[in-house]
Design a protein around this ligand. Structure first.
Ligand SMILES: C[S@@+](CC[C@H](N)C(=O)[O-])C[C@H]1O[C@@H](n2cnc3c(N)ncnc32)[C@H](O)[C@@H]1O
Ligand SMILES: Nc1nc2[nH]cc(C(=O)O)c2c(=O)[nH]1
Ligand code: SF4
Ligand SMILES: [Mg+2]
Length: 217
């Protein structure tokens, strides 16, 4: 759980103002959380545009260039999320922490959403977040200030070196953090590596991109 100070002072009465704040949005969609500790739950995904990390194997490279995507008002995003019926929102990207998430997360919370984030931790936290999934990247390392708030560490694995990277990040996370290894989708040989590693190091678990098996977004 992460919350900025302002939450206590900012309550209702600012809805109209907050709803005007715009974010570069690649897409928003209602689907099943396919990865991590909340796999299988219906969730409304909000994919903000822009990324400063640029992993070569990223499965959503179209999100990187913010200028290719429209700026959409918070009010419109929240309205569509509400219409979905779920009260679980996942903010992802791109790298969502490139943007100040205060307005969007306040409004989602006001409408009863539990707000989750998928982040590389390359920029400071902002907003009000109920579940933080950190997926650290060597290409741009997470900021130290992010680690105390992490709920789930989800490391993408291609080769052995990534397991060392996983351990290096795990020591910085709070006690009780869910530790997950996720095979890079186009590197099937990483699955064996992960299976053997988790059998030897059972504090780690496996996260698969189940939405790709199910053929849903
Ligand atoms: C597209 S990223 C967006 C959020 C943020 N930029 C991040 O990297 O956490 C969402 C999740 O997908 C993972 N991911 C991206 N490409 C992947 C791939 N080819 N195989 C497996 N996981 C991937 C990321 O590590 C991250 O956990
Ligand atoms: N179904 C589904 N689950 C996901 N979990 C994390 C995703 C992401 O791209 O952040 C993702 C995604 O793109 N689709
Ligand atoms: S940080 Fe996330 S969105 Fe950015 S390139 Fe890496 S996986 Fe893709
Ligand atoms: Mg995805």
């Amino acid at each position: 759980m992460y919350s900025t100070e302002e939450q206590t002072t900012r309550t209702t009465g600012e809805v109209t103002e907050l709803d005007q704040v715009e974010y570069p949005l690649m897409e928003d969609f209602y689907t099943i959380q396919g990865e991590g500790a909340h796999t299988g739950s219906a969730a409304y995904f909000i994919r903000l545009a822009g990324c400063d990390v640029k992993c070569w194997w990223c499965d959503v490279k179209d999100s990187w260039d913010e200028s290719k995507h429209p700026r959409v008002k918070t009010g419109d995003i929240v309205k569509r999320a509400k219409e979905s019926g779920t009260r679980l929102a996942v903010i992802t990207g791109g790298e969502p922490l490139l943007h100040n998430l205060e307005p969007l997360t306040i409004r989602l919370r006001q409408e009863g959403f539990s707000v989750h984030i998928e982040t590389s931790g390359s920029s400071p936290l902002s907003g009000h977040l109920d579940w933080i999934t950190l997926s650290p990247k060597r290409f741009k390392e997470p900021l130290d200030e992010v680690f105390p708030y992490v709920d789930e560490l989800k490391v993408v694995v291609l080769k052995k070196k990534d397991l060392e990277w996983a351990e290096k990040n795990a020591v910085k996370c709070p006690k009780g953090t869910r530790l997950l290894l996720q095979p890079e989708w186009e590197t099937p040989e990483s699955v064996n590596l992960i299976v053997e590693y988790v059998k030897k190091n059972p504090r780690w678990g496996i996260s698969l991109q189940t939405h790709k098996f199910m053929n849903v977004p």
